[in-house]
Write a protein that binds this ligand. Structure first.
Ligand code: ADP
Ligand code: MG
Length: 393
């Protein structure tokens, strides 16, 4: 799960990680009241979306920049009104962009230098890793590619947690001296404590800055949480913003379906994550492009299959559906009945290829055949994929 910058900064404040004074606003009235709390002078206006690269982004009406430093409250209000409700496109949003539904006002800070700092879960070693660099503020992927020697990596034993000597090592490696080493150690320890206690999969600060007065602080904040741990993090769960999620994915999670929207045109309805991955691979292999990942699970019922079809068909990009079911726990006749029920409920406007195998396969095929539905049956996965790619083209 992702949260907004302003929510991340609230967590930073609770964990003693220094950042600027800030206020969020979701309506025109709140824009006025939020800015009233600021002292005179510069205010930074920041569009809140679940994507980075906002500073260099452009709104769909041509207005440039989702992060703006303004010289007065009045100017900050005018700019915030322009951003609120507008759609921001950045290198992380895709061409459709994201609608801005909240604005964050932050006190402007003089920046001496911008650094990069993140703690994330390294799945290869099953360990949290600290990534730090003196080259902050910009694209860290680009730094990693062009000057990998400028990226510091330090692995943390999850049983021991971050040790003071490791934090010191990071501080020295970033070139800090004297008083700033102490500040940096404290900050790192606090960021790790947040990462650990709140079941984060990533805490990223880009940029982490030093001010001319010698203070170290977080200017941006991006936190991701491990979905599988959300059951024990009620306060984090409460931060979920459904506006930022694909409505199809929200609907799917309501019915216990594992659904992830993709940008292709062939929808897949599969049982089991491994089979779903293999189905997407083979669609690609035959020149097609999957519109989604959908795992209906090992024990889906007729109602879930019907809902899965509804979700798939609500995607205007879908030009064909491939159902690939291996009946183990899930019997093929249940799937067949689900398909028939769904077809009665929603107009099947695209070609449908069905491949069933396993328990009760003969009964399942018979039910489909007798239903009179305009579907194409396939016996093997290869045949099924070839047929749907051909029909959807
Ligand atoms: P994004 O990463 O989405 O572009 P950031 O929060 O990192 O958004 O902001 C982009 C840039 O804007 C920062 O690198 C920094 O130069 C500037 N900036 C952001 N917040 C402030 C602030 N409070 N004071 C001064 N400059 C800021
Ligand atoms: Mg940033």
């Amino acid at each position: 799960m992702d949260i907004h910058e302003y929510q991340s900064k609230d967590l930073f404040a609770k964990y003693g990680i220094p950042c600027q004074f800030g206020r969020s606003a979701a309506t025109s009235e709140e824009i006025i009241s939020a800015t009233e709390d600021f002292p005179q002078g510069e205010v930074v206006v920041k569009a809140q979306i679940h994507a980075g690269g906002r500073g260099k982004g452009t709104f769909i009406d041509g207005y440039k920049g989702g992060v703006k430093v303004t010289s007065s409250k009045a100017e900050a209000r005018t700019i915030a009104q322009k951003m609120l409700g507008n759609t921001l496109v950045t290198n992380q949003t895709g061409p459709a962009g994201r609608k801005v539904q909240t604005i964050y006002f932050a006190q402007a800070t003089n920046i001496q230098k911008e650094y990069y700092l993140a703690i994330l879960l390294d799945r290869a070693t099953s360990m949290p890793v600290i990534i730090a660099s003196t080259e902050g503020g910009m694209d860290i992927e680009k730094v990693a590619e062009e000057s990998p020697e400028k990226i510091i990596r330090l692995y943390i034993d999850p049983l021991l947690g971050l040790q003071a000597y490791q934090a010191r090592l990071i501080a020295y490696s970033l070139g800090f001296e004297g008083e700033q080493v102490k500040q940096m150690i404290k900050l790192l320890m606090n960021v790790y404590r947040l990462y650990d206690e709140k079941d984060c999969s990533q805490v990223e600060i880009n940029p982490l800055i030093t001010t001319p007065e010698g203070n170290i602080m977080a200017l941006d904040a991006k936190i991701n949480f491990d979905d599988n741990a959300l059951f024990r993090q009620p306060d984090i769960r409460a931060l979920r913003d459904l506006n930022e999620e694909d409505p199809k994915e929200i609907e799917a999670s309501r019915h216990g379906l594992n659904y992830i929207a993709l940008d292709g045109n062939i929808a897949c309805l599969v049982n089991g994550a491994g089979l779903a991955m293999a189905t997407m691979d083979i669609i690609k292999y035959f020149g097609g492009s999957p519109a989604n990942f959908l795992d209906v699970g090992g024990s889906a019922n007729e109602e879930q299959v019907t809902n899965a079809f509804k979700i798939i068909l609500s995607d205007p990009n879908v030009e064909g559906i491939l159902v690939n079911i291996f009946g183990g726990i899930m019997k093929c006749d249940i799937i067949a009945n689900g398909i028939i029920a769904a077809a009665k409920n929603v107009a099947l406007r695209v070609p449908l290829v069905v491949r069933l195998e396993g328990t009760n396969v003969a009964l399942g095929k018979k039910l489909l055949q007798e239903s009179g539905l305009p579907l194409v049956a396939a016996d093997s996965l290869t045949e099924a994929a070839q047929k749907i790619v051909e029909l959807a083209a």
